[in-house]
Write a protein that binds this ligand. Sequence first.
Ligand SMILES: [Fe+2]
Ligand SMILES: [Fe+2]
Length: 269
Amino acid sequence: MALVPTDTRILFCGDLVGAAGRRALLGALPGLRERHDPTFVVVNAENVAGGFGITPDIARELFGAGVDAITLGNHAYRRREIYAFLDEEPRIVRPANYLHGQPGRGHTVIERDGVRLGVINLSGNVFMSAGRSAFAEADALVARLTGTVDHLIVDMHAEATSEKVAMGWHLDGRVTAVIGTHTHVPTADARVLPGGTAYITDAGMTGSRAGVLGIQRALAIEALVTQMPVRLLPGEEDPWLAGVLVSASEPMRADAIEQVLVSVSAPAP
Ligand SMILES: [Fe+2]
Ligand SMILES: [Fe+2]
């Protein structure tokens, strides 16, 4: 373990949706770096490729822009071309409690400025398809990584708020942060739990705020009104970035968590 990492800041951005989400992140990152000086930037990018999944080219672009690690979720396998990449590239993770035979890995450790950050991705089991228990997997991975990293964050990608809240309490005092993703709507419950774990039920999404969870609203409404299949496409209008900034001065504990909600007025190319 490194010497006590003083003042580590982790910027985590919620689900990037489509090109607008990718551009919002790339557009906002320089200003966010200036303002918050994050040690690490971690993003959930399960919706970045046309709203569903991710491709190797987009992942490389995000890494090239300074993203340290990418987490995913239920859309991890939408694009076939990502399968081999998930096996080869250690900085991108899919839920750890998927089956062992599914492509990719569920956790990674990245290092910057002498600080080692473990990143674990989990999928909820309530209303979602994951082959194994999120809680059992969390326990196993936390036990395995504790002592080998300075900080540990968990992206709990889940539908049910109850399951995310429960995971926050379950891991309180054992990890630096539990950050919920998947529902794309930022919640107002960011706080450091009594044991020292930063927590939020959902970080929100990075993409078009003029749509429905990042999808063009006319298409989302049509699908709901007609009850017929509609090809859903990500929106472009009114991009914003939603995430959290976790600050820490002691290993495996957070001092603070604050929401980062930025309207990004960068023009579309
Ligand atoms: Fe998502
Ligand atoms: Fe999701």
